[in-house]
Write a protein that binds this ligand. Structure first.
Ligand SMILES: Nc1ncnc2c1ncn2[C@@H]1O[C@H](COP(=O)(O)OP(=O)(O)OP(=O)(O)O)[C@@H](O)[C@H]1O
Ligand SMILES: [Mg+2]
Length: 217
């Protein structure tokens, strides 16, 4: 893999009940971003799962950071890069429901030995809800908190699956701005699955998953 390349997918193919995609090839360098559009069920989340160590594809290879062919690695190694290097923003967020907002941030901070970034909390407008329990937060506040939790880990690659799905358009732009700023400032990369064409086009590379291929837009 070239030195600056952060992620490389080679000949990815996968199917569940029906073939999703065939021979996908792409790569990303530090500070770069890519978006995947496509109708529901086309396989966007499945691609993110392959790239983020969660699901081995039927065919093909994924290289992450300096690890070639992640699925040839032992499970411990994958757990380690998932914990320290990957920032995964799921379609449905997994905050710990019995805890406060601040406790949720502290767990991530303890696990990765990184300080909670108060500037980021202000930017994402979650600094004032830290003592509230997760159950008392609005859907959008939960979404912004889970993004803050991921970025506080200082990941090298961010996988974001519909990160702005629960948000109004103004909040969505603030959230995307924070993520883009993060990847620039930290030499990280972003892979985004979204239905929002406007947001997708802000990425350096924009693809549509259609007819089992990634078409460049
Ligand atoms: N673990 C699984 N087992 C069986 N089928 C699955 C599994 N995960 C996903 N699928 C199927 O694969 C197809 C693609 O799913 P995926 O979640 O990747 O779509 P998507 O493009 O992210 O859709 P959406 O826009 O609705 O989020 C769907 O038909 C889904 O039911
Ligand atoms: Mg999806």
């Amino acid at each position: 893999m070239k030195s600056q390349t952060i992620l490389k997918a080679t000949n990815l193919s996968h199917q569940f009940d029906y073939p999703l995609y065939n021979n996908l090839n792409f790569s990303l360098k530090a500070k770069e971003s890519m978006a995947i559009l496509g109708v529901s069920g086309s396989g966007k989340s499945t691609i993110l799962n392959h790239l983020s160590t969660m699901l081995k594809p039927n065919y093909g290879q994924v290289d992450l950071l300096n690890i070639l062919d992640i699925y040839s690695q032992p499970k411990d190694k994958l757990l380690e890069i998932r914990r320290y290097d990957l920032g995964i923003i799921f379609q449905s967020h997994y905050l710990f429901a019995g805890f406060s907002a601040l406790e949720n941030l502290k767990v991530a901070s303890l696990l990765t030995d990184k300080k909670i970034d108060t500037h980021l909390l202000e930017k994402l407008n979650v600094n004032h809800i830290l003592t509230q329990s997760i159950g008392s937060l609005s859907g959008g506040q939960q979404q912004r908190l889970s993004i803050a939790r991921v970025l506080c880990k200082q990941p090298k690659i961010i996988f974001a699956d519909e990160p702005t799905g629960n948000l109004d358009s103004k909040t969505a732009s603030i959230v995307m701005e924070s993520i883009f700023e993060y990847i620039q400032d930290n030499n990280a990369a972003l892979i985004l699955a979204t239905h929002d064409e406007g947001i997708a086009k802000e990425c350096k590379f924009t693809y549509r998953l259609i007819n089992q291929q990634l078409e460049k837009i």
